[in-house]
Design a protein. Structure first.
Length: 184
């Protein structure tokens, strides 16, 4: 659902950042093995990936980290109903940047096995949506805040935990597609 514009990074920047992340993965594997603290290794890797790979590529237009090229839940879209480009900024209090597949699962995957094409893995699986605190509460109540439902495997439907929580992924929309004037 994240049909965003092309990367904001140059090819050279992407190569450099992939190498940095690859080294971080190696360091976190070593750290985990030496300390037995896999949870901290996973947390550090998630943060590095967000800061080095994801955050620099959040496409404009956006309100803070909430890109209008990400999939927004119906509740979040209500915030944009009266927004006109250049007008008063919509209220973003109570919004969440939520990874469709929890970052911890993806970090575990990277720590567990080598990826020949790390950039493609990062591009394919580190996808975000914009949700409200109410949407987030639904995920939490359904027991899928930071995990996928039982039986899910990497490569299958990434939106299954939203369905599991009673949220309809088909109702999530990309604001710049709904209102192309916002992308100008």
């Amino acid at each position: 659902m994240n049909a965003t514009p092309a990367s904001l990074l140059t090819a050279a920047q992407r190569r450099s950042r992939v190498e940095l992340i690859r080294r971080q993965i190696e360091l976190m594997r070593r750290y985990s093995a030496e300390t037995g603290d896999a949870q901290h290794a996973r947390w550090l890797l998630k943060e590095v990936i967000y800061r080095v790979w994801e955050q620099p590529q959040i496409p404009p237009p956006r309100f803070d980290k909430y890109s209008l090229w990400f999939a927004w839940s119906p509740r979040t879209l209500e915030r944009l109903a009266s927004y006109a480009q250049g007008g008063k900024r919509p209220d973003i209090k109570g919004l969440r940047l939520e990874h469709v597949i929890p970052r911890g699962i993806l970090a575990d995957e990277l720590l567990a096995r080598e990826r020949d094409d790390l950039a493609s893995f990062l591009d394919a699986f580190f996808k975000a949506a914009v949700i409200t605190v109410e949407d987030d509460a639904q995920l939490n109540q359904a027991g899928v805040r930071a995990r996928m439902p039982e039986g899910w495997e990497l490569g299958s439907n990434p939106w299954v935990r939203y369905e599991h929580a009673g949220l309809n992924p088909a109702s999530f929309e990309i604001p710049c597609r709904l209102r192309p004037e916002l992308a100008l």
